[in-house]
Design a protein around this ligand. Structure first.
Ligand code: GRF
Length: 209
């Protein structure tokens, strides 16, 4: 059985997290289990959902540490204890601390609600991403699952899926249209990883299927 840890933020609603947990539990992602969800607040909606689905949770709150290094090492310790084959960021809004990127090279994935490298980077999260897509005048947007490196939204791209932008869309409608596509794309990327079907060559990820 392969092991997945999921990292969320304080206010995360956790819908991508839920999609991955349920896909493991139903066998859609075969021979895999989410063994831990790590968040920043014990009462976060995502952590409550994880517990209701029978998954262990842990809290590492960056505000409770004297500095970024202390937070990074506490988070690393919690993640290493879970012995994950893969770590999934699901609404984790911070830059992943370097010691974690180094300890789990090409073993951390993130989902971003746009077609990277467009509309990514520091501060590009939530409705801001969708507003930027609308402002650009583009007729399509989408989501991206990528491996995580030491910068925001720049690691090798694993999968992308598109969705049309209609003239009457607001950032909210766009977010709502994309969310189920995000869930499908993330599940697919995790399944491919767990089945050993992803090969990273420089900045490109080959899918052997
Ligand atoms: C999603 O839109 C994801 O693309 C982004 O943060 C949001 C998290 O939503 N990284 P949820 O907590 O998974 O519902």
């Amino acid at each position: 059985m392969k092991r997945i840890a999921i990292l969320v933020s304080g206010p995360s609603r956790g819908s991508n997290m839920r999609a991955i947990i349920e896909a493991c539990q139903s066998g859609r992602i075969p021979d895999s289990a989410v063994v831990a969800v790590v968040g920043a607040r014990g009462d976060a909606p995502a952590l409550e959902t994880a517990r209701a689905l029978g998954v262990s949770t842990a809290v590492v709150n960056p505000r409770e540490f004297p500095d970024a290094d202390a937070y990074a090492h506490a988070l690393l310790w919690v993640l290493q204890r879970a012995q994950p084959d893969l770590i999934c960021l699901a609404g984790y809004m911070r830059l992943l601390p370097k010691p974690i990127v180094e300890a789990f090279p090409m073993q951390v994935m993130n989902i971003h609600p746009a077609l990277l490298p467009l509309f990514g980077g520091q501060g590009m999260y939530g409705l801001r991403v969708h507003q930027a897509a609308l402002d650009s005048g583009m007729k399509v947007t989408g989501c991206t699952v990528h491996f995580v490196d030491e910068r925001y939204d720049t690691g090798p791209i694993i999968l992308q899926r598109c969705a049309p932008i209609h003239d009457d869309y607001s950032p909210e409608t766009l977010a709502a249209r994309l969310l189920p596509i995000e869930h499908e794309t993330y599940i697919e990327a995790v399944r491919l990883f767990m089945q050993g079907k992803l090969r990273v060559e420089g900045n490109r990820v080959r899918v052997d299927e």
